[in-house]
Design a protein. Structure first.
Length: 162
């Protein structure tokens, strides 16, 4: 399957206020900054996309595989090392200490941090719909399975098995 504009979710669950991105990030990547949007049902959602162009991914396969190996290892570690993860999360987040254990439970049980690092195709579909609402994509929307190339993730996993 072609990769086109596949989504790799590094951790789309940290959101900085818009001014942070405008102040510190390269303006050339402004279309990729996380932002709060209102969808067609009136809900406010965090909009974050990270895409890799197929040609770049092919030319830089080793970089993509290395990134995915780190991502897979991180998610596994977060799932397998609850107490250490809680200590780390307490030290690196601004979240009140009393909420850290519940957050860890939520992120692991709901697979926001997917233990197997699988791409959530339903999430990709939702992202495509939101991008269409913002005018970034036009109908007909692509099927998630047509734009996600899982060969990169499979190769990363095989590399970790050794």
């Amino acid at each position: 399957m072609p990769m086109m504009n596949s989504v790799i979710d590094a951790d789309g669950h940290v959101f900085e206020i818009d001014e942070s991105w405008e102040t510190y990030a390269d303006p050339a990547y402004g279309d990729r900054w996380p932002r709060l949007i209102t969808d067609s049902s009136g809900r406010q959602v965090i909009f974050l996309k990270a895409d890799i162009r197929e040609g770049w991914a092919q030319k830089n396969r080793g970089v993509v595989i290395g990134y995915l190996k780190a991502l897979v290892s991180t998610y596994r570690w977060l799932h397998d090392n609850r107490e250490e993860a809680l200590k780390l999360l307490t030290s690196i987040t601004k979240l009140d200490k009393k909420y850290i254990p519940k957050s860890w439970e939520t992120y692991t049980k709901t697979q926001i941090w997917p233990r197997t690092s699988e791409v959530n195709l339903k999430g990709v579909q939702t992202l495509a719909r939101l991008m269409e609402e913002e005018g970034a994509l036009k109908k007909p929307l692509p099927k998630p399975e047509d734009i996600v190339d899982s060969s990169y993730l499979e190769e990363a996993r095989r590399g970790l098995a050794h």
